[in-house]
Design a protein around this ligand. Structure first.
Ligand code: F6P
Length: 326
C-alpha cells in the first residue's frame, strides 16, 4: 500500500517475533540506526507481539544496538504470543500504538509473525515486515535472515558426523529443522554431499533410501548420511523404517543448535540492507509489505501475498544432489 504524498514519520516500533534467527540483532541494529539517522524516534517492543500486548516497550538510541551485530539470538527477546492471536487483542494493540503516537511498525520474523504484521496493517498501523527465520519458507525474497547461518551450522555438524560415520562404517540419519518445508535439508544436504535428502516437498521413500544405501555399499561406500527435514518425518521414524528394511542407522536430531550462533557474513549483510530498507519504505509512505532480496536488489512484496504461499521448491536441486552423491 502506498500512502500518497508521504507524511513525516515520527515514531516507530520494532519487534522480533516467532523463533529467533541469527541476524535478528543485526536487523534490529539496522532499523534503529537508520531511524535515528533519519530523525525518527524508535522504540523496541520486547518478546515480540507480547510486548505490544503488555506495552513492554523501551526507547532505543544508536548506542542501544552497539556490539550486537555479531551476536545470535535477539536482545529484545522473541516469542510466539498466544494472546496476540485474538482479534480483540490485536485491535487493542493497534489502538495503543495510535495513542502512543506510533506511525510505523517493523516486524522482524517468519510466517506467523508476518501474519500478525498483516493484521495490524489492516487495523490501520503502517507496517513493514522483515523476513527473519532460519526456515527460508517465505516467498518475496531469495533468502530470509538466519537461513544461511543455519545451513552452515548443519553442514558443520554433518562434517563431524561424517568423521565418526566413516570410522564405524555406519549409516546416520540427521534430522534438521524447517517446519513444513525442506529448504534447510536441501541446501545443507546438497552442500554436504548427503547420500539421501528427505523433504516434505518430495515425500518419504524409505525403499528408495535403502536402495541408495545398498547401491553405495556395492560400490564400496562404507557409510551413508541421510538428511531428513522435520516436516517430512522424524529422524527416529525414518530410522525405524530403515531398520524394518534391514539397515541399522544412528539418529542425530540437530534441533535448536540450528537457531544459535553468530550470524554469517551473508546474514549480516542481508539484515543490514533489509532493516534499513524497512525504515526507508515507511518514510516514503509505503507499508503493508515485506522487504526481501532478489539477487542484490531489495524488493517489496505485499504481506498478504507473502503469508498466502510458500516459495517454490527447486526439485532440480534435489535431483542434482542425488546425482552427485550416487
Ligand atoms: O521457525 C523456526 C523454527 O526453528 C522451525 O524450524 C521449528 O520447526 C520451530 O521454529 C521450532 O519452534 P520452537 O522453538 O517453538 O520449538
Amino acid at each position: 500500500m502506498t500512502g500518497g504524498s508521504a507524511p513525516v514519520l515520527r515514531r516507530i516500533v520494532v519487534l522480533t517475533s516467532g523463533g529467533d534467527a541469527p541476524g535478528m540483532n543485526a536487523a534490529l541494529r539496522a532499523v534503529v540506526r537508520r531511524a535515528v539517522a533519519s530523525r525518527v524516534g524508535v522504540l523496541a517492543a520486547r518478546r515480540g507481539f507480547q510486548g505490544l500486548v503488555d506495552w513492554d516497550v523501551v526507547p532505543m538510541a544508536a548506542s542501544s544496538v552497539a556490539e550486537i551485530v555479531h551476536r545470535g539470538g535477539t536482545v529484545i527477546l522473541a516469542g510466539r504470543s498466544q494472546a496476540f492471536v485474538r482479534p480483540e487483542v490485536q485491535a487493542a494493540c493497534a489502538a495503543r500504538l495510535r495513542d502512543e503516537g506510533v506511525d510505523g511498525l517493523v516486524v522482524i520474523g517468519g510466517d506467523g509473525s508476518l501474519r500478525g504484521a498483516l493484521a495490524l496493517e489492516r487495523l490501520g498501523v503502517p507496517t513493514v515486515g522483515v523476513p527473519g527465520t532460519i526456515d527460508n519458507d517465505l516467498p518475496g525474497t531469495d533468502r530470509s535472515i538466519g537461513f544461511d547461518t543455519a545451513v552452515n551450522t548443519v553442514v558443520e555438524a554433518i562434517d563431524r558426523i561424517r568423521d565418526t560415520a566413516t570410522s564405524h562404517e555406519r549409516t546416520f540419519v540427521v534430522e534438521v529443522m524447517g517446519r513444513e518445508t525442506g529448504f534447510i535439508a536441501l541446501h545443507a544436504g546438497l552442500a554436504d554431499g548427503a547420500e539421501s535428502i528427505v523433504v516434505p516437498e518430495v515425500g518419504v521413500d524409505a525403499d528408495g533410501v535403502v536402495e541408495r544405501i545398498l547401491r553405495g555399499r556395492r560400490r564400496g561406500k562404507l557409510y551413508s548420511i541421510i538428511v531428513v527435514a522435520e516436516g517430512a518425518t522424524s529422524g527416529y521414524s525414518l530410522a525405524q523404517k530403515l531398520r524394518e528394511r534391514g539397515v541399522e542407522a544412528r539418529v542425530t536430531v540437530l534441533g535448536h543448535v540450528q537457531r544459535g550462533g553468530a550470524p554469517s557474513a551473508y546474514d549480516r549483510w542481508l539484515a543490514a540492507r533489509l532493516g534499513a530498507a524497512a525504515v526507508d519504505l515507511l518514510r516514503s509512505g509505503r507499508h503493508g509489505v515485506m522487504v526481501g532480496v532478489r539477487g542484490e536488489a531489495v524488493v517489496a512484496t505485499d504481506l498478504a501475498e507473502v503469508v498466502s504461499a510458500r516459495p517454490p521448491f527447486d526439485r532440480s536441486l534435489w535431483e542434482l544432489a542425488q546425482v552427485l552423491s550416487s
